[in-house]
Design a protein around this ligand. Structure first.
Ligand code: HEM
Ligand SMILES: *[C@@H]1O[C@H](CO)[C@@H](O)[C@H](O)[C@H]1NC(C)=O
Ligand SMILES: *[C@@H]1O[C@H](CO)[C@@H](O)[C@H](O)[C@H]1NC(C)=O
Ligand SMILES: *[C@@H]1O[C@H](CO)[C@@H](O)[C@H](O)[C@H]1NC(C)=O
Ligand SMILES: *[C@@H]1O[C@H](CO)[C@@H](O)[C@H](O)[C@H]1NC(C)=O
Ligand SMILES: *[C@@H]1O[C@H](CO)[C@@H](O)[C@H](O)[C@H]1NC(C)=O
Length: 344
């Protein structure tokens, strides 16, 4: 027989344990799904491998989703929600609209996980796991992905307008990162994800990002841009041409995760203004430029920093309070909020 006082004690322990596991201060952990969905990692990996067979770009696209999720309201799957009446999705904001991609693959991952362990793995965690797998399958480092995020119930269109922009100068980039407790090393290391994936002509040949024809309103190209690379890009992206045409962010090894992003920058072949700023701006001297130099000369140093910086990024405002979050059944919708349900 358990006495009533020890029953009370057990109840107290359970309450404390519940608070620790699910309370607002809960920490993310590597083994969060070990007992509830032990195959989660392998399930995600298989869906990604299958998707990659018809879409070589998908690994790059998926890590970018994690970045754009974490930088807006923290890593809470806010980017994945579709627009509903009264709430416009982040995915339609200028940094994402016709640019962020891979959402159907996230849906496929979610469906596979719901089949294996329904209601267990959050969409925010799917993005974190998919980011790591994508880097590994592209030749980059692995790291221990911390898990246990819940999905939020809102998407923040306005917040996503403040995402780092390709025309941002170094000072602005540093501010946007430091506001999230991310350092110069994080900024330089995470920018190294531009070692794979694609970028549209509009980001190098138009408006505030025009480096080919009208840099900063000068009607001249960006003088920092390597002239042979400029000629190459001008062929692909003629003035007033089709802004949607795609280019490799890293033309040397377009789909491989390696340190070539930094070796490109060293020879003035960074694609975006925000890339070259890390090395060439006046403000970079003595701050980010030496970090670029270090990563350009040591892939091991880059990989070690990248792994740690991905963990740092994944720790931005983790949503772990079950009164504020949930595990979505469908990454595009808040639970119990199916279309039409509100109209009763
Ligand atoms: C530092 C500030 C950053 C800026 C200004 C920036 C900006 C951009 C832009 C403009 C594009 C091209 C979008 C398009 O043409 O549709 C892009 C692509 C990409 N970005 Fe960034 N980015 C930044 C940081 C990051 C970070 C931190 C990551 C991940 C850790 C990342 C990963 C990627 C990837 C992989 C692509 C290619 C995506 C694809 O092919 O679908 N970026 N970024
Ligand atoms: C997003 O892009 C589509 C075109 O693909 C456009 O019709 C739509 O208006 C854009 N959304 C916003 C909010 O700008
Ligand atoms: C960087 O951009 C911000 C915002 O546009 C601007 O206020 C600042 O003067 C710029 N800094 C430098 C060094 O160009
Ligand atoms: C940054 O760190 C401070 C101090 O630890 C903390 O109060 C704040 O919530 C953190 N901000 C983010 C976005 O993580
Ligand atoms: C170049 O950029 C400036 C500033 O944005 C703009 O006023 C000007 O019209 C542009 N020139 C051309 C030829 O498009
Ligand atoms: C612009 O380029 C995109 C991507 O290559 C293509 O899908 C689209 O059809 C092009 N649009 C025009 C008007 O040529």
């Amino acid at each position: 027989m358990v006495s009533s006082s020890s029953r009370q004690a057990i109840a107290c322990v359970l309450v404390v344990a519940t608070l620790c596991l699910h309370g607002a201060t809960a920490q993310l952990s590597e083994g969060y799904y070990d007992s509830t969905c032990p195959d989660a990692y392998d399930i995600v990996k298989q869906v990604l491998i299958d998707a990659h067979e018809s879409d070589t770009r998908i690994y790059a696209s998926l890590i970018r989703l994690h970045f754009h999720d974490c930088f807006v309201q923290g890593c809470d799957g806010s980017l994945l929600l579709d627009t509903v009446p009264g709430m416009q999705s982040e995915k339609e904001s200028p940094p994402n609209n016709n640019s962020a991609r891979g959402f159907p693959v996230v849906d496929a991952v979610k469906a596979a996980l719901e089949g294996a362990c329904p209601g267990v793995v959050s969409c925010a965690d799917i993005l974190a796991i998919a980011a790591e797998i994508s880097v590994v399958l592209s030749g980059g480092p692995s790291w221990a992905v911390l898990l246990g995020r819940l999905d939020g119930k809102t998407s923040d269109f306005t917040g996503s307008l403040n995402l780092p922009a390709p025309f941002d100068n170094l000072t602005t980039l540093q501010k946007k990162f430091s506001d999230l407790n991310l350092s110069d090393v994080d900024l330089v290391a995470l920018s190294g994800a531009h070692t794979f994936g694609r970028v549209q002509c509009r980001n190098v040949a138009a408006g505030r990002t025009d480096r080919l024809y009208n840099y900063s309103g000068t009607n001249m190209p960006d003088p920092t841009l390597d002239s042979a690379y400029r000629d190459f890009l001008s062929q692909r992206c003629p003035r007033n041409g089709n802004g949607s045409v795609l280019n490799d962010l890293d033309p040397t090894t377009p789909d491989t995760f390696d340190k070539n992003y930094y070796t490109n920058i060293e020879v003035n072949r960074g694609f975006l203004i925000s890339d070259q700023e890390l090395k060439s701006s006046a403000e970079a001297q003595g701050t980010t430029a030496p970090i670029v130099d270090q990563f350009a000369s040591s892939q091991d140093a880059f990989f070690a920093s990248f792994a740690q910086s991905m963990i740092n990024m994944g720790n931005i405002k983790p949503l772990t309070d079950p009164s504020l979050g949930e595990v979505r059944a469908n990454c595009r919708k808040v639970n119990g909020n199916q279309e039409g349900r509100d109209i009763m």
